[in-house]
Design a protein around this ligand. Structure first.
Ligand code: PMP
Length: 400
C-alpha cells in the first residue's frame, strides 16, 4: 500500500532536539527547545499547578466527556483572562469561545472556520518570519499564505515601515495574523504606539485581525501588559479572532489547554458562529481533553492559586530577562564583533541572535550547542551553569 509514500523532511525545530540527543558530549547545550527550563535546565512544573492537581485529586471527579466547546468554567475564565473582565463584548455576551487543543488547535479551528465562512479574500498574511507551523495550518485549509515584512536584518529590529506598507497594500478585508506578544521567532514586538498605528491601517483597510497569543504573562510577567494589543484592538471595535494557549504561561505543554475565540456583533451572531465552530470541532476530535482545562479553571478560579501563579509566571519571565542581561554583558566583555543590544530588548522565550546558518552549524560541531538554523536561541535553555560557556562559544563562532 505505502510504497509510494516519500520520506518527509524532519521538523526543523524538533530536529534540533534529535541532534542534541545524539550528541554524547557532557557540556552539550540545547537552545532549540521551545519549553521553559529552570535554573538546573530541567522542565518546570508550577507550584500552582501541583496545588490544583491536589485539589482535583481530592474532588474525585468523573472522567465524562466535555461538551464540544469545552469545560464551561475554563472557557469563561480563560476569556476573562484574555480580554479582561470588563471587556465590552464580553459583558455584552458576544464573544464566541471554545476550548481548543492548546494554541495550535485554536489556530486550526480558526483557519478551518475562516476557510469555510469568511466572506472576504481567503488570503492569510503572516509575518516574515513567523512560527513555522502557521504556514501548513493555513495552507492545509486551502487558503493562501502571503507574507508581510516584519524583521529588519540590518537593525535586527522591527521593519515597521515595511510592515505597514505591506498591510496597506493587501487587498481590503484580508486576514492578518498578528502575534499578540513575544513574537516567535524574532522576540521583537511593536511598541504600544506602533500597535496603535497598525490598528489604524487594519481598520482603514477593513482587514480581519487574527491574534495568536501563546505567551500572555510569560513575555513580561504582566498578564495585562502582554494582552495590550488584542485588548486595544477590541476597544477600537475590531472583531478579532484570538487563539490562546496555556502551554507556556502555565507550563501545561502536554496538557493541551487553550481557547479559540471570536468577537461577534451580537449575542445572536455569537450563537450562530458557535454552532458552526462545533461543526468544525466535532469531526476533528469530537470534544476537548478534560484534565488541563480543569487545572486552568481551578487556578484561575481560586484567588490564592491565581496569586501564586502570578508570582510564578513572573519568576519565569524574570529568569529569562536576567539571562538576556547576562548574555549581553558576556558578549560585550568578550569583545564579540557586532551590536548586541537586541539580545536585551527582545521579548519572550526566544532571541533572534543574528547568527548565520554557518555560525549555527559551527556551534553544533565545535561546541555541542544546538539551535535552529535561523540563529534563534531559546533563552530558557540558558542558566548560570552554561551561560558563560555559551557566550564564549557564540563569541568564537561569530569571530569565525
Ligand atoms: N503560536 C506560537 C507563536 C507559538 O510559539 C506556539 C508554541 N510554540 C503556538 C502557537 C502553539 O503552541 P501550543 O499548541 O503548544 O499551545
Amino acid at each position: 500500500f505505502w510504497a509510494g509514500v516519500p520520506q518527509g523532511p524532519p521538523d526543523p525545530i524538533l530536529g534540533v532536539t534529535d541532534a542534541f540527543k545524539k550528541d554524547t558530549a557532557k557540556n552539550k547545550v540545547n537552545l532549540g527547545v521551545g519549553a521553559y527550563r529552570d535554573e538546573q535546565g530541567k522542565p518546570y512544573v508550577l507550584e500552582s499547578v501541583l496545588q490544583a492537581e491536589d485539589i482535583l485529586h481530592k474532588k474525585k471527579l468523573d472522567k465524562e466527556y466535555l461538551p464540544i466547546t469545552g469545560e464551561i468554567e475554563f472557557v469563561r475564565l480563560s476569556a476573562e483572562l484574555a480580554y479582561g473582565k470588563d471587556s465590552k463584548p464580553l459583558t455584552e455576551n458576544r464573544i464566541a469561545v471554545a476550548q481548543s487543543i492548546s494554541g495550535t488547535g485554536a489556530l486550526r479551528i480558526a483557519t478551518e472556520f475562516l476557510a469555510k465562512y469568511y466572506p472576504g479574500p481567503k488570503s492569510v498574511y503572516l509575518p516574515d518570519p513567523t512560527w513555522g507551523n502557521h504556514i501548513p495550518l493555513v495552507e492545509g485549509t486551502g487558503m493562501k499564505v502571503v507574507r508581510y515584512r516584519y524583521f529588519d536584518k540590518k537593525t535586527i529590529g522591527l521593519d515597521f515601515a515595511g510592515m505597514k506598507e505591506d498591510l496597506e497594500k493587501a487587498e481590503p478585508g484580508s486576514i492578518i495574523l498578528l502575534h499578540a506578544c513575544a513574537q516567535n521567532p524574532s522576540g521583537i514586538d511593536p511598541t504600544k504606539e506602533q500597535w496603535k498605528e497598525i490598528n489604524e491601517v487594519i481598520k482603514s483597510k477593513k482587514h480581519l485581525a487574527l491574534f495568536d497569543m501563546a505567551y500572555q504573562g510569560f513575555a513580561s510577567g504582566d498578564l495585562i501588559g502582554d494582552a495590550f494589543a488584542p485588548r486595544y484592538f477590541v476597544e477600537q471595535g475590531h472583531q478579532i479572532i484570538l487563539c490562546q494557549s496555556f502551554a507556556k504561561n502555565l507550563g501545561l505543554y502536554g496538557e493541551r489547554a487553550g481557547t479559540f475565540s471570536m468577537v461577534c456583533s451580537s449575542p445572536e451572531e455569537k450563537e450562530r458562529v458557535l454552532s458552526q465552530v462545533k461543526r468544525v470541532i466535532r469531526p476533528l476530535y469530537s470534544s476537548p481533553p478534560l484534565h488541563g482545562a480543569q487545572l486552568v479553571a481551578t487556578i484561575l478560579g481560586t484567588p490564592e492559586l491565581f496569586e501564586q501563579w502570578l508570582k510564578e509566571v513572573k519568576k519565569m519571565a524574570d529568569r529569562i530577562i536576567s539571562m538576556r542581561e547576562k548574555l549581553y554583558n558576556a558578549l560585550v566583555e568578550l569583545k564579540t564583533p557586532g551590536e548586541w543590544g537586541h539580545i536585551k530588548s527582545q521579548i519572550g522565550m526566544f532571541s533572534f541572535t543574528g547568527m548565520t546558518a554557518d555560525q549555527v552549524s559551527d556551534l553544533a560541531e565545535y561546541a555541542h550547542v544546538y539551535l535552529t538554523k535561523d540563529g534563534r536561541i531559546s533563552m530558557a535553555g540558558l542558566n548560570e551553569g552554561n551561560i558563560q560557556y555559551f557566550a564564549e562559544s557564540m563569541s568564537k563562532a561569530v569571530k569565525g
